[in-house]
Structures are given as structure tokens and as C-alpha cells.
Design a binder for this molecule. Structure first.
Ligand SMILES: Cc1ncc(COP(=O)(O)O)c(C=O)c1O
Length: 455
């Protein structure tokens, strides 16, 4: 137990030591077999017992350019000697300016004005505030409602949580903030309207227009969606869906916000899923893979035409009223610049497309072998499989703990880190993953499924 031994005193039992920290998992269950990572390199982690894990999840869709990336580490080391913190109330720093310009270059169309924060929750919440303040500045202060989707996750701060649609993470924290509405997501595999694609006419999108009409467009500020929803089982929309949302937003003077906290920074095989789907939002939020996990960093990128509204004279315009102490931190921005350079110069977008196709082939092979796999979804290196009791009826397997959880736990025991839920598992490997590593990830998953089926 290398790390624990270093920081616990001789009197402290492991159990007592573990009571000093809240973890994201159910704590009682977690403490029976606590996972404590000690170091990482490339696409591997090692825990404090020295056990090695293949990282098919980039930590949690974060380690985009792999662990221990020398270029990012060198960039951070260099910056540590120059400037670690600049005064956020008074200005910014050259690294933040440089990264903002790089993001404006790689983002589609007119997405050109950046607000940096540290976390995904901070930027999705900033986007909500931006939408409301934008309409206020444009003479429509009554436009404040935010429409988002059930089963979505936009973050754990109260505004981002209010926009989220995941009851398992919301109910205990209710009541939520007012002004948030939810619509059904494009879960084609289990259409909430009992329809089938394409004869459905994309009801899940057109209904959003109806909701705006019923609410009164004069009260709606923005629609916020993940281009590919994560929670809910990697909800990959039909190709018309985001285009229709774009049209509905344009018709109703409603801003379209993409939460690309996961899908940004190359994960779907283009820099942003906006490019993968060919739809440009008004505001794009990105985080996780943007710094590759080397420092906390997130960015909200909005259209220049929207940013223009914040440039009026001081008497009538306070600027964008939003900010956090660590925004645009020079160390984080140094990491972000180095990560973007890695993605662009090593053409990791092409690698993501190639390895994503290989991962899909691997999943397809498993689907041909195991009837328990009902559906495959996702794009690039963001792919999931849903488990079912019966493919024909799509009936679910018992939920407690759920086949997906059992497979995920077996995978961990077998040295593979992936995202698991009662009914699905997902992979989000580093964009630097090789063909051999993808094959190994699929092979360990195969063994884990086998073990659960034959236990
Ligand atoms: C799609 C999405 N949006 C927002 C967030 C919130 O990001 P953070 O945990 O960095 O606050 C997450 C985190 O998992 C996410 O997956």
C-alpha cells in the first residue's frame, strides 16, 4: 500500500483513514474494496497495491492525450517558473489569451469568444447565465427559461444540476432552481413516444418546438443539450435531431447550447461533436479532455455575434457578470495549449476515428457472440453497449446491481477501467490509444462478460 503507508500514521487503520474522505461512489460499498490509484502512464493506471489497469475511460473521459504525457508536463513545468496565478478581477494572462485564440481557431464557424473556468459544471452554469444576460442586454429580459433533457448531466452545482435530468442525482438535492424545463431525449432504442426511426419524424426534436410555443417563446432563453448524451447510456441522436433543434432555436430567438464536456477536445473524431454532426451551437461548453487531466480547465465558447452584446458602454452594460477565482489559470491554460497541440500535431482526431471504428468492430463482434447485448451506440472513442434480457422485446435484466454493474466490476477485477451502470457500459479510451490497446480492452471486456454469464 505505497501511498497509504506514506500518509497514514502507524496508529491509523485503513478503515479509519478512508473515513476522512467523501467519494463519489456509495461509500459503504466502496470501502469494502476501495480503489485508490497511485500512478499512471500512457493508457495505464496502477493502484496503491501495484495492480495495473488498462484505462478504457481516460479516467472519466479526461486523459485525452494519455497519462504522463511529456509535452504537457514540460509545458506545465515551464509555466510554473514564469507565472502560476494572475489576478482574475483585474485582467488575464498571455496563456489564457493564447488558448482562447487557439480554441477560436479550432471551433466551428463564428464560435470565437471564450470564457475559462475550472470545471464542467462551472461552464454549463456560465452558459446559462450568458444566455439570460444576453437576452436582457438585447431587450428581452423575460427570456430566462432553460430547456434541457431528462437523463442528462450538466454538473453538480445547483444551476447545472437544475438543468440536469438525472433523478438519481437530483432528488436528494431538491428543490432545484426555478426556470428549468425538461424534455425527453432522443433515445431511439427506447423511443419515449413508442415510435421508430425514421417514420417518427424526429418527434423528440419537434416536440421541443411545441414546448417553446406552449411556454411562450418570450420566456425561453436557451436549449442546452449534450450532442451525445452520456448518462442514460450514451444517447447518440439521429442525424436530423440537432439540425432540427438548431432550426427551432433560430425560429424562436432561443440560444442553442452544446454541453461538450465529454464530446469536446476530439472525443468523437472531430475537435467538437458540433463538427461531427455539422451543427453549430450559439454556445459550446468543453472541459475534461481539454486539459487532459493535468490541471482543472473548462471553456465556454460563444459566437462573436453573441459576445458583441456584452461590449456596450459602461452606463448600460456591465459586461458578462460571471467569474471564478481560478478562471484562466496560467498553469491550466499551459496544459490546455499543450493538449491542443498534441491533438493537432499528432493528428489524434484521425487516430480517434480509426481506433473508434476498431472499437466499434470489437463491440460488434461481442454483440454477435452475446445475445445479452441489445444495442451499440456512440461515435469515435465514445462508445457504449446496452444489455437486455431479450433482444426482440428489449426487456431489461434485473437492475440490482444490474448486469452492467456486474460486468464493470469484473472488468475492474480483470484490470480494465470502464464506465458502468446497471444496464450499460461505456468506453472512452485516451485518443492516443493504439489498435493493440483497443483490442486488449475489448478482450478484457469479453472475458468479463463471459465470467458474469457463467458465474
Ligand atoms: C456532459 C457533462 N457535463 C457537465 C459535467 C460536469 O463537469 P464537472 O464534473 O467537471 O463539473 C459532466 C461531468 O461528468 C458531464 O459529463
Amino acid at each position: 500500500m505505497e501511498t497509504l503507508d506514506l500518509i497514514s500514521d502507524a496508529q491509523t487503520t485503513e478503515e479509519r483513514f478512508l473515513r476522512q474522505i467523501f467519494v463519489r461512489d456509495q461509500m459503504h460499498e466502496w470501502s469494502k474494496n476501495p480503489l485508490i490509484m497511485s500512478r499512471a502512464e500512457g493508457v495505464h493506471y496502477w493502484d496503491v497495491h501495484g495492480k495495473k489497469y488498462l484505462d478504457a475511460l481516460s479516467g472519466i473521459y479526461v486523459a485525452s492525450v494519455g497519462h504522463g504525457n511529456k509535452r504537457v508536463i514540460e509545458a506545465i513545468k515551464k509555466q510554473l517558473d514564469i507565472l502560476c496565478f494572475s489576478p482574475p478581477m483585474h485582467g488575464t494572462n498571455p496563456l489564457a489569451v493564447q488558448l482562447a485564440n487557439m480554441l477560436a481557431e479550432v471551433a466551428p464557424d463564428d464560435l470565437s469568444t471564450v470564457k475559462f473556468e475550472c470545471a464542467g459544471s462551472e461552464v454549463t452554469e456560465a452558459a446559462i447565465k450568458l444566455a439570460r444576460q444576453y437576452h436582457r442586454l438585447k431587450g428581452s429580459p423575460g427570456k430566462y427559461k432553460i430547456i434541457s433533457r431528462y437523463q442528462s448531466w450538466h454538473g453538480s452545482t445547483l444551476g447545472a444540476l437544475s438543468a440536469s435530468g438525472l433523478k438519481s442525482r437530483k432528488t436528494v438535492n431538491e428543490p432545484m432552481a426555478p426556470g428549468f424545463l425538461h424534455v425527453f431525449p432522443p433515445t431511439c432504442y427506447r423511443c419515449p413516444f413508442g415510435k421508430s426511426y425514421p417514420s417518427c419524424d424526429i418527434t423528440c426534436a419537434t416536440l421541443v418546438g411545441d414546448v417553446i410555443a406552449m411556454e411562450d417563446p418570450a420566456t425561453v432563453a436557451a436549449i442546452m443539450v449534450e450532442p451525445i448524451g452520456h448518462t442514460g447510456g450514451v444517447i447518440d441522436p439521429p442525424e436530423e435531431y440537432l439540425k432540427l433543434l438548431r432550426k427551432i432555436c433560430d425560429e424562436n430567438n432561443v440560444l442553442l447550447i452544446f454541453d461538450e464536456i465529454i464530446t469536446g477536445a476530439g472525443r468523437t473524431g472531430q475537435m467538437f461533436a458540433a463538427q461531427t454532426f455539422g451543427v453549430t451551437p450559439d454556445v459550446l461548453c468543453t472541459a475534461k479532455g481539454l486539459s487532459g487531466g493535468y490541471a482543472p480547465l473548462s471553456a465556454m465558447i460563444c459566437k462573436g455575434s453573441i459576445a458583441d452584446a456584452f461590449w456596450g458602454p459602461v452606463e448600460t452594460n456591465p459586461g458578462f457578470v460571471e467569474g471564478h477565482t481560478f478562471e484562466g489559470n496560467p498553469i491550466s491554460c499551459a496544459a490546455g495549449i499543450a493538449v491542443l497541440r498534441e491533438i493537432l500535431e499528432r493528428d489524434l482526431l484521425a487516430n480517434t476515428r480509426t481506433q473508434g471504428a476498431r472499437l466499434r468492430q470489437g463491440f460488434e463482434r461481442l454483440m454477435a457472440k452475446y445475445d445479452v447485448i441489445g444495442d451499440l451506440r456512440g461515435k469515435g472513442l465514445f462508445q457504449a453497449m446496452e444489455f437486455v434480457a431479450d433482444r426482440a422485446t428489449k426487456s431489461r435484466l434485473p437492475a440490482n446491481p444490474g448486469f452492467g454493474v456486474e460486468v464493470g466490476r469484473r472488468a475492474l477485477a480483470n484490470g480494465l477501467l470502464c464506465r458502468f451502470d446497471p444496464h450499460w457500459i461505456a468506453f472512452g479510451p485516451p485518443l492516443v490509444s493504439t489498435a493493440e490497446q483497443i483490442d486488449e480492452m475489448v478482450a478484457i471486456l469479453e472475458r468479463s462478460i463471459d465470467e458474469v454469464l457463467h458465474k
